[in-house]
Design a protein around this ligand. Sequence first.
Ligand SMILES: [Zn+2]
Length: 205
Amino acid sequence: MKARAKSSNTPCPIWVQGDYITEPPIRPVDGAKRPAGHYIDKGGYPGANVYEISIETLCRDTGAVDCRKRGIFESDILLYETEQEIGYFIIQDTETAVDIINGEILEIKELQTQDIKVIGNMIDFPDFVEGIRHCVDTEREVPYLPALDVMETPYPFLKMTCIKCGHVTLGCRYTAKHKDCEGYFTADFATKIYRKGEQKEKAFA
Ligand SMILES: [Zn+2]
């Protein structure tokens, strides 16, 4: 079974992707036997790229891909974007996605590949749904977030403004709440980000 999960035998947990296995092969460097457990085999030389994983972070591959041909896994957070609208989906299992703005449940295969983009995962951003739901519930504009971690992307820093105390923070990762006062943030970018179609409209204006 293809999956991704966070490693548990590395100094820092890292995402590993490959085959989920419970009976690992011997370690090729010293021929050591490994106990049965939860592992991801990244492939390559037999037994050389086997990582022990935290089972609660296991996300199965749905077999679907996003607009960049990146695989879509369970618990992934997807931005849905057309020239007319934006939305966010959570991948619930290998077949279904949930629209977190209106609660609608859809089949992943109903989503148009060119309109969806994986922007993060609920394991890395556990408060994302809460943050977006807060915007919906308080009738604030839902932020346009084409990345939840802007490191290694061309996007500028995220600019988060606390609704409760007004504190402004710049960061590379999305957070729903201001730790100091428990107020919710509104999220934006340090410099303007254009949506699909927006630049075109501007050019013809
Ligand atoms: Zn605050």
